[in-house]
Design a protein around this ligand. Structure first.
Ligand code: BG6
Length: 513
């Protein structure tokens, strides 16, 4: 088997510098994100010595709780959501620096109270007045919260003292609203104070796209239209909309996944080599790709996009209800839970190489993959091989839940005749590096605390993502779907998604356990 040449285990821990001293204010502290991801991620950073000793957290939410109540609550939650065994000493250290403030985020008074509390906490924990405001709230609060923070002086930076705000998705619900939100934020804050988070960029395997492409000499020369036939990006989920029907029905699969997560995957796969890994060098190249995606005409939308909504079906052996029967979803909902489309990138590297993407809820397996399909070799030499065995090479980046890379190539089937079969060469992270338990937010929180915005989206990138999907939203709105539901839960989406590739003589590669 493969020989591993890896770092010793201790060095495999997250390598990095301790974060700057700071107080992190979490707006939306009673929500799911806080208990499932943010607190466990902060704890992991503390455990790995990446969190400054001069650190504190203030949770802000509506429910009236005392500091002690909130500490008890997070201490209960961590038992469920920690990614590894909790060390009581580290937890004790961490929980003692958690505070709570209750109030209405639309009310300026809350921010005045926050200012007083921050003064005290900054003094008690020597956090140098550095603040990271994390908006883990409904999107309606993003604009008002940052304006209020600025109004009471909490966005003001002086000397070494920094003030940064982390904004969750959805960043706008279309191009226009994203632009307005950017304008609103940039009136009271500088671009470099705004960290638009996309949790896909916290995934190790997503960051590894850069390592694969730019730390290896063998891929870059063939990473272009001369050798690559097409790219398939699939983000398949087995979950339905769970309890998020209210949010999801207004968003839909396109808004929920494409302008953000899938655009990140496209831009990292397609970008030119940046001149360095500095934030703007990387983001400039990502931005160029997003701007180069060919805008779709109404005609293109009709021929190059597919939408679907799940009906009842069987997922993982369990019968599940149709989308329209989910809580919070109207019985005649026209919202899509599946989307597939074909995009083209108008630049020298990618001209005429289609990027097919698809994402959906209640598909047969959870798998996020990027399939790079290479052009066929001239197979004239292998006349005796059945055509279905002549499969072109595919390099597959397995983003999740499998984490690794595999390469499909042809090999001779043993026997007297020259016959071919497809075989896979594969690398799995866990075989080489072990598994470092993580929520996927550690790196992003830490980067924000050290002022590295490389993995966060700039205003122009968010807007470019919306530019791609806006024409689709417009056409879909003007022509509501007539055939929903059009795929059974537990299948790979509507038939039209298959047709989209078949018309071009191609097929989706599905990964099922
Ligand atoms: C979120 C979407 O941003 O990403 C969800 O709102 C989706 O609908 C989720 O399920 C997928 O994230 P992950 O990390 O599970 O792939």
């Amino acid at each position: 088997m493969a020989q591993t040449e890896v770092m010793p285990a201790v060095e495999q821990q997250r390598i990095g510098k301790t974060s700057d001293p700071c107080t992190m204010v979490i707006f939306g502290a009673s929500g799911d994100l806080t208990r499932r991801k943010l607190i466990p991620a902060l704890y992991n950073l503390a455990k790995d010595n990446l969190l400054s000793r001069e650190f504190a957290v203030i949770g802000v939410a509506r429910s009236p709780l005392s500091d002690e109540d909130f500490r008890n609550k997070v201490s209960e939650d961590i038992k469920q959501f920690a990614t590894d065994k909790v060390d009581p000493n580290i937890w004790e250290w961490f929980v003692r620096r958690i505070y709570y403030l209750s109030g209405d985020m639309a009310d300026k008074n809350l921010y005045l109270q926050l200012k007083d509390l921050l003064d005290k906490v900054d003094r008690d924990h020597s956090t140098h007045g550095n603040h990271m405001y994390y908006l883990a709230t409904a999107a309606d609060y993003f604009g008002p919260a940052v304006e209020h923070l600025a109004e009471v002086g909490l966005m003001q930076q002086e000397g070494q003292r920094w003030r940064r705000v982390v904004i969750e998705k959805p960043f706008g619900h279309d191009l226009e609203s994203a632009r307005l939100l950017n304008q609103r934020l940039l009136r009271v804050a500088e671009e470099k104070q705004i960290y638009r988070i996309d949790h896909y960029l916290g995934k190790e395997t997503v960051q590894n796209i850069l390592a694969l492409r730019f730390a290896n000499g063998i891929f870059e020369p063939i990473w272009n239209r001369r050798y690559i036939d097409h790219v398939q990006i699939s983000v398949a989920e087995t979950v339905g909309v769970e309890k998020r029907g209210g949010y999801y029905d207004k968003a839909g699969a396109l808004r929920d996944m494409v302008p953000n997560h899938i655009m990140q995957l496209i831009s990292l796969t397609a970008m030119e080599p940046p001149v360095s890994f500095r934030a703007d060098a990387v983001r400039d190249e990502q931005g160029k790709i997003l701007h180069a995606i060919q805008p779709m005409s109404s005609e293109d939308v009709l021929t190059r996009t597919v939408r679907g909504q799940y009906g009842e079906g069987i997922v993982g052996g369990e019968r599940v209800p149709a989308y329209r029967s989910e809580p919070g979803v109207p019985p005649d909902s026209k919202t899509e839970t599946f989307v597939a489309m074909k995009l083209l990138i108008d630049n020298w590297r990618w001209a005429d190489v289609p990027f097919y993407l698809r994402t959906g809820k209640h598909l047969p397996s959870r798998s996020t993959t990027i399939v790079i399909q290479f052009r066929r070799a001239p197979f004239v030499l292998f006349r005796d091989t059945p055509v279905e065995n002549l499969m072109p090479n595919q390099l597959v980046l397995h983003i999740q839940p499998e984490e690794g890379i595999s390469l499909r190539f042809a090999a001779k089937v043993p026997g007297p005749a020259m016959r071919l079969g497809a075989v896979n060469m594969s690398f799995e992270y866990s075989d080489y590096f072990g598994v470092i338990p993580s929520t996927g937010y550690e790196r992003l929180l830490h980067d924000c605390m050290i002022g590295d915005a490389t993995l966060f989206q700039r205003a122009d990138m968010v807007e470019a993502g919306w530019c791609v999907v806006s024409p689709v939203l417009d056409v879909w709105k003007a022509l509501p779907p007539r055939n929903f539901p059009n795929y059974a839960a537990g299948t790979w989406g509507p038939k039209e998604a298959e047709d989209l590739l078949e018309r071009d003589g191609r097929h989706w590669r599905n990964f099922e356990k």
